[in-house]
Design a protein around this ligand. Structure first.
Ligand SMILES: [Zn+2]
Length: 200
């Protein structure tokens, strides 16, 4: 599947999710037995751990279709980057989606550290660390108070997208530069269910 075909499949799956006409998902024994022989996902996805944003549901994807890395704040650490690299180099994935979402708690925590000097427990401080640059950027842009979080969420997605597109590691950098692999950024709206691919 080409990157564009993979993207269109996600768009169509999401359109049907929004319309309450979800794609029928095959989770039969037959399908499991087929997949036991090997996987061929059509896209990799970097998403948030938030329980409301399960990617398979949003895109109407079944077993074996999406290769997913999820961390609070949809950030890629070394293990996450390696996981995407594995999907691209070993599984032939041609599309990588970085998916942020409305009311992201991890980005909100980073934003509170920047805007209100909030103190977090050590583990959470480490978790928000990679999100801080986006939060700092958002606070510096002089948007209305109520728009800062959403801006930070979008900027955080863009940073992760750029990190993949401009990766110095050739395992991802080369196929992206050769346009064999496409990296896109998206935003999920919790109430409408719609995914906006805003950075393509
Ligand atoms: Zn989140």
């Amino acid at each position: 599947m080409t990157p564009d075909e993979a993207l269109e499949r996600l768009r169509e799956g999401n359109r049907r999710f929004v319309a309450d006409q979800p794609v029928p998902i095959d989770i039969s024994t037959q399908r499991r037995l087929e997949l036991a022989k090997g996987q061929q996902p059509f896209a990799a996805l970097v998403g948030c751990a938030d329980s409301r944003v399960g990617p398979e549901h949003l895109f109407g994807a079944g077993l074996g279709e999406l290769f997913i890395v999820r961390t609070a704040g949809n950030y890629l650490d070394d293990a996450g980057f390696g996981s995407v690299a594995f999907a691209v180099s070993q599984l032939g994935v041609s599309l990588v989606v970085v998916l942020g979402h409305e009311q992201c708690g991890a980005v909100a925590a980073a934003s509170a550290v920047v805007g209100d000097n909030a103190q977090l427990p050590p583990a959470l401080t480490r978790m928000v660390q990679p999100i801080l640059p986006a939060a700092i950027d958002a606070h510096a842009r002089k948007v209305p108070e109520g728009d800062v979080l959403d801006l930070a969420i979008h900027l955080n997605v863009k940073r992760v997208v750029r990190g993949l597109r401009e990766a110095s590691d050739p395992i991802i950098g080369d196929p992206v530069r050769q346009r064999k692999v496409r990296v896109v950024g998206a935003y999920y709206d919790l109430s409408t269910g719609s995914v906006d691919f805003f950075d393509t």
